[in-house]
Ligand binder design. Structure first.
Ligand code: FES
Length: 176
């Protein structure tokens, strides 16, 4: 008789442990997926792709126009939004005539300004000069301004921001 009671108790103990383990797994698996998922997807930090830079009609033909794009950076659980300035020019109304340049000087990273009266870009920090296509024509920058990839979707300009290594002649993308 006492053997039967003891067997029943140990069976109940085992069964209860089994049920508790099952409940623990049901709770733990989604929680693990929630916490580990972002790390697996974007372990080195990732920049969201193309950002809306507004309708093409905002960009007057034949002029450089300063626009800003939001860059969304996801690093694990942390999402940060950073604004970047880009120079945009359309030579005519066709999509092929668009040029998008980073406003960051490839010398040491200062913002580059367009001077329409001289048809040149100038960097105020150390006197870098770029022609109206963004090519380096004077001062210490080791290369021209950095072009950025873009797309036109339904009449709007979408720009993909990229960081490039500064202070070097080659255009080397920097992953952030
Ligand atoms: S940072 Fe532009 S010239 Fe030095």
């Amino acid at each position: 008789m006492s053997n039967t009671v003891s067997d029943r108790r140990s069976f109940l103990g085992f069964f209860t442990g089994l049920v508790m383990s099952f409940i623990g797994l049901v709770v733990a698996i989604p929680a693990m997926a929630y916490f580990v998922g972002p790390l697996r997807r974007k372990s080195k930090g990732e920049v969201a792709n193309y950002q809306d830079a507004g309708p093409l009609t905002d960009y007057p033909v034949g002029q450089w126009h300063l626009a800003s794009v939001d860059m969304v950076r996801q690093d694990g659980w942390k999402k940060t939004r950073v604004k970047h300035a880009v120079w945009v020019r359309r030579e005519d109304k066709s999509e092929k005539s668009i040029t998008v340049l980073s406003s960051i000087c490839p010398h040491l990273g200062c913002p580059v300004n367009w001077h329409p009266d001289q048809s040149q870009f100038f960097c105020p920090c150390h006197g870098g000069i770029f022609n109206q296509e963004g090519k380096h024509v004077g001062g210490p920058p080791p290369r021209g301004m950095d072009p950025l990839p873009f797309e036109v979707r339904a009449g709007r300009l979408w720009v993909r921001w990229e960081d490039f290594k500064i202070g070097v002649a080659d255009r080397v993308p920097v992953s952030v």
